[in-house]
Design a protein around this ligand. Structure first.
Ligand SMILES: [Zn+2]
Length: 564
């Protein structure tokens, strides 16, 4: 009984039973679905896709729906009919023109040679032969090279969907020939929504806290969440409570975790060890408890430094109140930072580190490496309304006046309210927070008001590699201009940065502009208005660095205690 039951893939009946059959039912991947449906509508489906994302985020599911939509006997539509013979046979995994390959067990050159032979034959009954290759980063290098030849000149009837949890291990030559679609982790609220829906369909019952516990343990993987739900419902005979789920997971109750955490935050070793012993006596699994403690202090760190809703949104109002209470034990940001480091330091326990924790710690440490002030102010007693709570059924604590609404004396603007930490309009570091830097001109004008369709920008970034690959075929002299150059929205137009003036001149004709727009449309699967602007790589980089430095300065300046 510990968190390692998450690894078991044997319990996947619920996941398969409720696997979405239409794009509309796919959870949490709206951007990916939109690109694919646009491609289907405009009959411009790519011959190769790279689906990247963590396990259990829907890559295989979306691949199968795409295979259906491409082969549906009612015609190519943004949704498959799910009724014709082709759709039904994809559904029961008997469709001959959908070939699913697990690269983890078919990594040899011979496997790929075999694929290369067979891909040339026409589809058995469908329009397209769809190859869904899972964990493609596990192919051997020689297998990759063999596969590359197929990707370079795919037959018209072939569509390759390469799925991976680790896109950086896919060879760049393969990546650049694919349209790269990134799958996001399923966020807490979406996860809860899916769990509630399935509990209802199963005519079972589970209390809110039990589902919140499952969602928090699944860490963005719907497959893991449904596996846990399945175990929970079996264990509890379809009436699942939080206590039962905790027994199953070996996790301590939130109360137990918070007692240990509060003692750590007070610096009371004796209390912390006593509380730990009590939790273990109550049946908590040490590894699971360790993981919970890391998660707890990570949330404290988030609470004190940012308003990361994807993390704080996992906590109910009551739980946030406990987090705030513990957070108020710290007078300096280095303290919770040191606590998280101490909790995750020992090698045997690195399994307790959430995947992005290293980066989060590195960022906070980098900010502190400037020698900036790190004193903290007490957090307000009431949570800012922006944070979603996981269990809205809890009565909210009595509201206090919003601290941000309080009138402030002139000059106090530098001390932004501790809970908000919104970027301050202040252009430079507050005097008195360390050595005053030389005044320098504003590195960049403020962005124009109205940033337009930020979704379009996101969709463009998702297909930027594909766009660059297409530009390379069209005009190899300018493709490098789009590598890492900034893009932004201006009204409805997508404005692409160009690194060098010569390239801008070269592209500055109606015919060239139209050609580039056509390429962007092909990559995006939708029409787009394109503009170009000159962004020298040096000044762009400096402006970016200056912005980050300024943001860090403001963050730390904003947290300064007035009396220090
Ligand atoms: Zn159909």
């Amino acid at each position: 009984m510990c968190a390692s039951i998450l690894a078991g893939d044997s319990l996947r009946a619920l996941y398969n039973k409720y696997r979405p059959q239409r794009f509309a039912d796919v959870a949490g991947q709206r951007h990916v679905v939109r690109i694919l449906q646009n491609a289907l509508v405009h009959k411009r489906v790519s011959h190769a896709y790279l689906f990247s994302g963590e396990r259990g985020t829907g890559k295989t599911t979306v691949g199968r729906i795409l295979a259906k939509a491409l082969n549906c006997q009612r015609g190519i539509q943004p949704e498959p009919c799910n009724d014709c013979e082709h759709c039904r046979s994809v559904g029961n995994e008997s469709f001959l023109d959908l070939i699913e390959i697990d690269a983890a067990s078919h990594t040899s050159v011979n496997d790929i040679r075999d694929l290369r032979e067979k891909v040339r034959y026409r589809p058995a009954s469908g329009r397209y032969k769809v190859y869904l290759i899972d964990e493609v980063h596990q192919l051997s290098r020689s297998a990759y090279n063999a596969f590359l030849k197929t990707l370079e000149e795919p037959p018209d009837h072939a569509v390759f969907i390469l799925a991976t949890t680790d896109p950086h291990r896919v060879l760049p030559t393969v990546r650049s020939r694919c349209q790269h679609l990134r799958f996001k982790r399923i966020d807490h609220a979406q996860m809860i929504g899916q769990l509630e829906r399935i509990v209802g369909l199963e005519e079972a019952m589970a209390d809110d806290q039990a589902l919140a516990l499952i969602a928090r343990n699944a860490e963005g993987s719907l497959r893991d969440a449904l596996g846990l739900l399945e175990q929970g419902l079996a264990y509890a005979e379809n009436r699942l409570t939080e206590r039962q789920m905790r027994e199953l997971l070996g996790t301590a109750g939130y109360e137990g975790v918070s007692i240990v955490a509060a003692a750590i935050a007070r610096g009371s070793v004796g209390d912390a060890m006593t509380a730990l012993a009590q939790s273990i006596d109550d049946g908590a699994d040490p590894t699971a408890l360790h993981r919970q403690l890391v998660g707890f202090f990570r949330a404290v760190l988030m609470l004190l430094t940012s308003r990361n809703e994807s993390i704080l949104g996992q906590y109910s109002a009551d739980e946030l109140a406990v987090l705030r209470e513990v957070a108020n034990n710290f007078a300096r940001i280095r303290q919770p930072l040191a606590v998280v480091e101490a909790l995750t330091e020992r090698p045997p326990l690195t399994a307790a580190r959430p995947p992005q924790l290293d980066l989060e710690l590195a960022i906070v440490q980098a900010a502190l490496a400037t020698g900036a002030e790190d004193a903290l102010r007490p957090l307000p007693a009431v949570e800012a309304p922006a944070v979603k709570t996981a269990a809205p059924s809890y009565p909210a604590p009595a509201a206090e006046p919003d601290p941000q609404a309080r009138p402030e004396p002139a000059g106090a603007a530098a001390n932004a309210p501790a809970a908000g930490l919104e970027p301050s309009p202040k252009p430079s570091v507050d005097p008195g927070t360390g050595p005053e830097p030389e005044p320098e001109p504003e590195p960049e004008p403020a962005p124009p008001p109205g940033t337009g369709d930020s979704d379009l920008l996101e969709r463009f970034e998702a297909v930027r590699e594909r766009f660059i690959a297409l530009v390379r075929e069209w005009d190899p002299t300018v493709q490098g201009q789009f590598l890492g150059a900034p893009a932004r929205m201006e009204g409805s137009a997508l404005v692409l940065g160009i690194r060098q003036q010569f390239a801008l001149d070269r592209l500055d004709s109606p015919a060239k502009r139209a050609g580039l727009e056509q390429i962007a449309q092909t990559a995006l699967g939708e029409p787009v208005e394109l503009r170009l602007e000159h962004v020298p790589s040096d000044s762009g980089g400096e402006a970016y660095t200056a912005r980050i430095a300024r943001a860090a300065g403001e963050l730390l300046g904003a947290r300064e205690i007035k009396d220090v």
